[in-house]
Structure formats: C-alpha cells, structure tokens
Design a protein around this ligand. Sequence first.
Ligand SMILES: *[C@@H]1O[C@H](CO)[C@@H](O)[C@H](O)[C@H]1NC(C)=O
Ligand SMILES: [Ca+2]
Ligand SMILES: [Ca+2]
Length: 329
Amino acid sequence: MARTRIQMLLLVVALTAAISGASASSIPEDLPHNPLEHDPLHPKHFDGGEHNAQFDHEAFLGPDESKKFDSLTPEESRRRLGVIVDRIDENKDGSITLAELKNWIAYTQRRYIEEDVGRVWKQQNPDNNDTISWDSYMQAVYGFMEDLSPDEKEQEENGVSYKSLLKRDRYRWSVADQDLDDNLNKDEFTDFLHPEDHPSMKGVVLRETITDLDKDHDGKISVDEYIGDMYRSTGAEDEEPEWVANEREAFSMHRDLDKDGYLNEEEVKQWIAPHDFDHSEAEAKHLLFEADADHDDKLTKEEILDKYDVFVGSQATDFGEALARHDEF
Ligand SMILES: *[C@@H]1O[C@H](CO)[C@@H](O)[C@H](O)[C@H]1NC(C)=O
Ligand SMILES: [Ca+2]
Ligand SMILES: [Ca+2]
C-alpha cells in the first residue's frame, strides 16, 4: 500500500532516534538529546523495505507502546490487544467500527506527541519557565559543534550535516515562534518538534522535504531521489523489492501530475499533504481491510485477535516462533 509522505513523517520520529544513536558517533554521549533525533524527514528505517508492519503497529499503539509489544510473547501480545479492543469499543456493543478505530488512532497519535513534547520540554527547560529561548535550545542541542572543525560540521551523512540541521532548526524555530520573541512557549515548541501535525507549519514541512530529497540541488525531485528517500539497495545484485517497484509506478502514475519526470514544488505539496487527507482515517481503513474476515465493515474482537500481528506485533521473529513451537512439544 502506497503511503503518503505525511503518514511516514507522523510515525518515524522514534525510529530515527534509535537509528541515529548508532550512526552519529561524533556526538558526545551526555548530550541532552541528539539533534538527529528530531529529523523525522529522514525515514532511514525504510532501508530493506520491512516497514509496513512496524508502521501499522506504531499507528495503532504509538511508537513507545509498540516497542514494548515487540518484546512480548504472542500470547501476551494477544491478551493485551484484547484489553485495548475493549477500550476502542466506545459504545460497548462488541464490534469496532471504522469511526471507533479512527478515534483510537487519532488518540494514539495525540498521546504520543504530548508525551514526546513533555519529555523534551522537561529536558530543555528544567526550571519550567514559560518559554525556552533559542539560545538556550541551541546551546543544549548544538553546543557541541563549537568543538568540531568546519569539515566535521559540514560532513554529510545521507545528505545531512550538523550544520544543515542547525540551519533547518533555526528556520523551523522562527516559523513556530508565533509572537516573534524568539522564545517558544509549550504550544509553539510542540509545533517546532512536530511540524507535520500543524497547519501553520505546512510550508516548513514542504521546504524541508524538498531540501531533503533534492540531492542534486536542481530544485525538483527525480524518481531516484524519491525512491532513494525510502529505500537504499544493500548490494549491486539485489533485486528491488516489489514495494519499491510499486513506489516507482506510484511516482509516475500519481505523483508526477504533469508527467515531466520530476516532482516540482506543487506536486510535492500534493503528495505530502493532500488537502482532504485524513491520516487516522486512512490507517483505520487499512487495518479494517486487513482484519475484516466476514466483510461486514466492522471488526469483532476475534477478527482483531486473529490478526494480532497486523495490529501490534510481538516476538514474531524466527526466535519467537521457534520458542512458541517448542512450547507445543
Ligand atoms: C529560564 O529562566 C532563567 C532565569 O531567567 C534563565 O536563566 C534560563 O536560561 C531560562 N531557561 C530557558 C530554558 O530558557
Ligand atoms: Ca533533484
Ligand atoms: Ca512533475
């Protein structure tokens, strides 16, 4: 299923945190937080193409919860999912409608953003002032750059350097700063950390997306730049996975509206934020489609538990399966 870019952005933050921890070795360990953490426009986790299941789990549970489920046995995972299903069933009639599922996913997303902002806010603002100043944020997050050489500041990894991140954050900060005092209150800080979620930040997200993708700096996005953002092949002989081929087709069929072989700014805008697009509804429809065994457009608890791996996952690795099989004997 082709995802819109905004769908990817919404859920990718936590994963980039895990990944950048490994890659950004020149960042001191004790930094309040790694600037690459807030680089949701770089969905590196699409390397290898195993993104869909994880994506659904995060939409359904939120990134933090979804990590917890990954370590559970299938039995425990199913049990907890059953408890969640009872909560989703707002009118307690025993079946989950599209609307109930959509509300749940929207709630999950809100909760995640609130928790994430709360965490960073506390970190960056230990005195609990009403606002955080740019200087204070910049020192905490980018202060380490003072000790880097110019080359180190500009050294790129997947097209991103600390210098470019700082520049990007500076601009994003200035747009989030509604009352123009260069300090952000908690609402403004929320827009800064999660621009993908706020209408007044649309322009920033568009600009950052294009800057990110446009590796050859010609102002437009080629199909390879588009694919390169989601997938990097691991070796010359690897055949591209099917979903990558599908994305190539999506590029020419649905993204490149004027069929000139590139995405211009307007086409990127249509792609990342189609104006009537509802992320929660799209994800709810997708999950409903995956699990609705009797095609009555509602989900019973049994239908959901039967497809628990679609909703939450568990240790469903070979290791987990081996254990489960072992238990049968
Ligand atoms: C909070 O206020 C104090 C006192 O004005 C100031 O020294 C400190 O830098 C402020 N903290 C932030 C994060 O802006
Ligand atoms: Ca380009
Ligand atoms: Ca085009």
